[in-house]
Design a protein around this ligand. Sequence first.
Ligand SMILES: [Cu+2]
Length: 171
Amino acid sequence: MFIAGCSPLEAMAVASRTTSARTLILAAIIIAASVGSATGFAANYLTRTAPPSPENRVFYLFARDLSFNFSLTSGGNQLTSDYAYSTNYIIINKGDTLVIHFYNPTDERHSFTMKAPYEGNYTLSEGPTDQAPTSPIHDVTITINASQAGTFQFYCIFHPPQMRGSLIVQG
Ligand SMILES: [Cu+2]
């Protein structure tokens, strides 16, 4: 640092004062931030309301045929089918009982599969096809007691990677 008109000793003193001032300002910012977040935490804790009462939540989920030519996809984004679920997110609260009515109106089989803690694997045969246009549409009712909060994937074992969704259990 060069300060015009100062001896090197005076310049060092000025530099040191500048540093101290900076340190003080920095310390003030850190303290303000800590007090602020502590206050925020306390306010959050004090105003926290009771968790929502458990509810029965009923969802209708469908296997969907998106009807595009998946063989035109390529490279790292290549798909092996054009199937998807009718929704990618199911959001409930911890403590809820989730009832999913899962239908397969498509011409291929599909599954609703989850790993622990909501482990399950439900496969539905294909529904009406061109060859059998009046064959029944299969469905299954899946019940999940949402005892653990978090985000959990559900997926079809036959149509990765895109036939999947997330069950979000808010804690
Ligand atoms: Cu599938």
